[in-house]
Design a protein around this ligand. Structure first.
Ligand code: FAD
Length: 302
């Protein structure tokens, strides 16, 4: 029967978008142009990542604080346990709560040294599950955690990783967002496994529209996400041809999300990489339409 007709009689899905904090003024302008374009799609929340070892703490904070002040969006701040005591992490969380950021994406984080083993701070949270419990003691945050359809690289087994996801949700998290993946079956199988261990919270697919295949491949592999041969062969020979790569990227992600939608998935998280166009096009394919700001009321003269 194939995929359902586009926009066939269905409620548009719920979307959320991830951004990273900008390092320079030019990148900040690029991020805000991206935010302005994507905010018209009325996402349920937008999240801002936290650099390795807390290296972007101030920039993450400034970006979410500006989202609170200047937009109607609901911001979520990513927060990790790396190189910080529980007290320090709790203080950061309290500052978020006080400035109106009530949603945290709670992560353990990765070691500051690439390839090293994660060592928790002597007085720190040792895992995301501990962080979730700690955040709930600070305030009644809405909390999102990470899930790994292809297992976290450090997990001893898929079952141990699922148990860990369940611990995070049982500690008070409201939903999980998955690591990026390319094969839809990988995600659907993972959803079944989540249900089998009693996970009932939403496990939202994390979608990364790819246009720069080389860096995307390196990034995916560093996260333990398999890059299928079909993906590599679709991009083969497009190295000097950005336009074609972008079109291929939209086509691949569109097929991915439509297959997910046909399987009942109605919530999607996009890794935007601070670029709006691919995400915007894919959202449109999913049936999401922009809502323009109300035009100002013009009073008749006289
Ligand atoms: P945890 O859930 O604590 O798990 C880490 C590993 O330890 C897993 O293998 C788990 O199975 C195992 N484990 C945990 N507790 C136990 C236990 N009690 N017994 C046995 N095994 C256990 N990183 C950043 O630095 N900044 C970000 O902004 C960021 N955003 C992300 C957003 C998403 C949606 C995702 C999927 C990842 C993100 N990451 C980010 C990456 C993340 O920090 C790394 O993947 C990190 O290695 C693990 O974080 P976690 O929260 O999944 O850890």
């Amino acid at each position: 029967a194939g995929l359902p007709a586009p926009n066939a009689d269905r409620t548009p899905p719920v979307l959320s978008f991830e951004f990273f904090p900008p390092r320079t003024d030019v990148l900040e302008q690029q991020l805000w142009a991206c935010i302005r374009r994507l905010e018209t799609l009325r996402p349920s929340f937008v999240s801002v990542t936290y650099g390795a070892g807390g290296s972007t703490q101030a920039r993450t904070h400034d970006t979410v604080a500006r989202l609170v002040k200047e937009t109607d969006l609901t911001p979520a701040a990513h927060l990790t346990c790396v190189d910080a005591s529980r007290g320090e992490v709790d203080d950061v969380a309290r500052r978020y709560w006080d400035c109106g950021v009530k949603h945290i994406v709670a992560l353990r984080g990765d070691p500051t040294v690439k390839g090293g083993r994660f060592e928790s701070h002597p007085d720190g949270y040792a895992s995301a599950a501990e962080l979730v419990a700690g955040l709930k003691r600070v305030a009644d945050f809405e909390i999102t955690v990470a899930a790994y359809p292809e297992m976290h690289p450090e997990a001893t087994s898929p079952q141990a990783d699922l148990d860990n996801l369940k611990r995070k949700l049982d500690a008070g998290a409201n939903r999980a967002i998955t690591q990026l993946f390319f094969d839809v079956e990988t995600y659907l199988r993972f959803l079944d496994q989540c249900l089998a261990v009693g996970i009932t919270a939403p496990v939202v697919p994390g979608i990364m529209p790819v246009s720069n295949f080389g860096p995307a491949k390196r990034f995916a592999e560093s996260c333990g996400a398999r890059v299928p041969d079909w993906l590599e062969s679709m991009f083969a020979g497009t190295e000097g041809d950005l336009e074609t790569r972008r079109m291929i990227g939209v086509a691949i992600a569109a097929e991915q999300v439509r297959l997910l939608q046909a399987n009942g998935v109605d919530e999607f998280h996009f890794y935007t990489l601070n670029r709006p166009d691919l995400t915007y096009a894919i959202a449109h394919i999913l049936g999401v339409r922009p809502v323009q700001a109300e035009p100002p009321l013009v009073m008749p003269a006289g």
